[in-house]
Design a protein around this ligand. Structure first.
Ligand SMILES: Nc1ncnc2c1ncn2[C@@H]1O[C@H](COP(=O)(O)OP(=O)(O)O)[C@@H](O)[C@H]1O
Ligand SMILES: [Mg+2]
Length: 343
């Protein structure tokens, strides 16, 4: 048994009050669009906490119910308007990758149908958007892999010629492909704080310190797990990137989370290779020297930059056309990557 102690999962559910908008179901936007879900209200299971996007319930000592809402966070603030279809796109896409990449390392999936673990009148809250997962102890780092020089990596490179201290060839342009993907971990920040880039050595120290108790008796150290996480993250990214390239999508960078079971075995947890955790570029509009258009939240961020908002909670309401356009970006990412259409 590995009890959850992640800072994101408030055992008293305290984060609920941090969310600026509390209407559980937003109004229906049209007959063809599923009603967006801002927040779940499942009472048949204990609520462990709410992340920015997911509501986490305990099933037992070994399993969690993680429900992906339609909440959108930008600049680490949850916006008041849910995005139609976002939750089910994220879950469907993560499931697609879990299946494809399952040969690289074990993952959190149990195969249990979420509708079987809640009360009958709660099934519509979990349908197509929830997972019953193994309850694992998260590594205290975000496993970021970058294949291209963009975003904070581009800023860092311009200032220092490195990304997170990793030496790179001189003269790279914005959005240039790196000679090989790099692992640039960040600390998992407390709720309301921003993650901070850390060196690999700092990631090892964090894992050593924060996993000591869980690893006792397993013969493993946190530093070894950080090394395992680095190797797994690079392998996962490389395989996903080469698959996506065949579908006309560049995965510029991505973030994984890993967790360990009682034996210290590394698992892929949380979400993987979704537009929330990755930067996807359509290959046909990619070129060096610009920040290429993307399927991630850049569209919403660009809209938010036009407002007079200081990027602290509460976030602003979004106009209907921005909501619909954002929803379309998520659906489009899913369809392009998987080849399936959302019904
Ligand atoms: N299998 C798992 N076992 C334990 N914790 C998990 C598992 N999968 C995901 N988590 C945790 O659940 C939370 C997911 O909620 P999310 O809304 O994505 O949070 P955040 O605001 O941290 O992004 C994260 O804190 C993540 O570390
Ligand atoms: Mg998350």
């Amino acid at each position: 048994m590995t009890p959850i102690t992640s800072r994101r999962i408030a055992h008293d559910g305290a984060q609920r009050t941090a969310l600026p908008y509390n209407s559980r179901f937003a109004s229906k936007r049209g007959p063809t669009v599923a009603t967006p879900l801002f927040e779940t209200s499942i009472t048949s299971l204990p609520l462990l906490g709410r992340g920015k996007v997911r509501d986490i319930y305990a099933i037992d000592d070994d399993k969690l119910l993680i429900v992906t809402s339609d909440r959108l966070s930008a600049f680490d603030v949850v916006l008041p308007d849910p995005i139609p279809d976002k939750g089910r796109v994220l879950v469907a896409l993560a499931n697609f990758w879990f299946e494809r990449l399952g040969h690289i390392l074990p993952n959190q999936l149990t195969g249990i149908d979420p509708e079987t673990v809640v009360a009958a009148d709660e099934r519509d809250q979990v349908r197509d958007r929830a997972l019953v997962v193994k309850r694992l102890k998260p590594l205290p780092i975000e496993a970021v892999v970058r294949g291209y020089v963009i975003g904070s990596g581009w800023k860092d490179y311009q200032a220092t010629g490195t990304i997170c201290g990793i030496a790179l060839p001189p003269g790279l342009q914005q959005a240039a492909k790196l000679p090989a993907p790099i692992f640039t971990p960040s600390s998992k920040a407390e709720a309301g704080e921003h993650d901070e880039n850390i060196s690999f050595e700092q990631a090892q120290e964090r894992c050593d310190t924060m996993l000591k108790d869980v690893l006792a008796g397993t013969g493993k150290t946190g530093a070894q797990l950080a090394e395992e996480a680095r190797k797994a993250a690079i392998a996962l990214y490389s395989e996903a990137a080469s698959y996506a390239a065949g579908r006309g999508i560049i995965i510029a960078d991505t973030k994984f989370e890993f967790g360990i079971d009682g034996a210290g075995t590394l698992h892929l947890i949380d979400e993987a290779l979704t537009p929330d955790s990755s930067r996807f570029w359509p290959a046909d509009s990619y070129r060096e020297g610009i920040s290429p258009p993307s399927f991630d939240k850049q569209y919403v961020r660009d809209y938010l930059e036009t407002l007079d908002w200081d990027k602290t909670a509460p976030g602003p309401r979004l106009p209907p056309d921005v909501i619909e356009h954002t929803a379309e970006k998520y659906r489009d990412a899913y369809q392009r990557l998987t080849g399936y259409k959302l019904d």
